[in-house]
Design a protein around this ligand. Structure first.
Ligand code: SAM
Length: 286
């Protein structure tokens, strides 16, 4: 039954067992099996026959297979080489799909983008990898059109948080600079094998809508890091600490930016942080 459709939980468990696969906690291996959920994630990602998908975390290939059925091309990264025989079976017949058995964190994104052209990211990754990954695409990607990622519910809230709230942070601003972020669905822990301790949500970050330009991406990154350097300190104090400025100079810059003294960085909207970063860039601070 090499070409049998691969989306039933039972079948997946059989295949994993047959190849002596052992789930590894260190790689956050909680696999999805529900065919309706898999199809819904592919729809959330807006995948069509023209789409190139970069998937990160192939696992047993259930989502990869669902993506492959709808996309032009799927390139999927998997760190765990022991999944090779499993994937040879579960992705059999997926001719538009290539699995790369490497740690995605070590990949040269610019070189990969030259090879992929325009692409969208789909990922159901361990939670400790997801936040740095989203940040990396928000800050460095050039041809990525967006990301559809499974995240812990609390991370989903952080991604779409409003300024001034406890959930608002550097990642919120970095993502907002590139596009619009929305929660497309909540996913109970019961949908995974094995079941994790937390509930999750699928988040769609669309780089083709919203977002705003800045004069220097590096200046924006450093301004955002400065604004959240110490959340309890004022922006003026953080500016002094991050850029080795006197209080007088920091105050002067805030006045030029039209920002009241005494405020905290976390109260500035992503766009206001963008305007501040443009000023710091023009003044030669970053
Ligand atoms: N996409 C599959 C699914 O939805 O069932 C698997 C999801 S599982 C949560 C995450 C997968 O990512 C695991 O198979 C794990 O081995 C892989 N992984 C973890 N860290 C990785 C990394 N840095 N690069 C590539 N794959 C990674």
């Amino acid at each position: 039954m090499r070409n049998a459709p691969f989306y039933h939980g039972e079948k997946m468990e059989e295949v994993l067992k047959k190849h002596g696969f052992v789930f590894k906690k260190r790689y956050g291996q909680n696999f999805l099996t529900d065919p309706n959920l898999l199809r819904a994630i592919v729809s959330d990602a807006g995948v069509t026959k023209e789409t190139t998908v970069l998937e990160i975390g192939t696992g047993a290939g259930a989502l990869t297979r669902a993506l492959s059925e709808r996309a032009a091309r799927v390139v999927s990264y998997e760190i765990d080489k022991s999944l090779k025989p499993v994937l040879a079976e579960t992705l059999s017949g997926c001719d538009n799909t290539e699995v790369v058995f490497r740690d995605f964190a070590g990949e040269d994104l610019a070189a990969l983008e030259r090879e992929l052209g325009a692409y969208t990211v789909v990922a159901n990754l361990p939670y400790y990898v997801t936040t740095p990954l989203i940040l990396r695409f928000a800050e460095e990607s050039k041809t990525c059109t967006g990301l559809t990622v499974m995240v812990q519910e609390e991370v989903a809230l952080r991604l779409g948080a409003k300024e001034g709230t406890a959930d608002y942070g550097a990642i919120t601003a970095a993502v907002a600079r590139r596009g619009i972020c929305e929660i497309t669905r909540k996913v109970s822990g019961t949908m995974f094998t094995p079941r994790p301790n937390v509930d999750s949500a699928v988040v769609r970050i669309d780089f083709s809508r919203g977002g705003f330009p800045v004069e220097s991406e590096k200046a924006f990154r450093e301004t955002v890091r400065c604004a959240f350097l110490s959340r309890r300190k004022t922006l003026e104090n953080n500016l002094m600490g991050a850029f080795h400025l006197s209080r007088g100079r920091a105050g002067e810059l805030l006045e030029k930016a039209g920002i009241a003294s005494g405020i905290r960085g976390e109260t500035l909207s992503p766009r206001a942080l963008g305007a501040l970063s443009d000023l710091l860039f023009r003044e030669g601070i970053v």
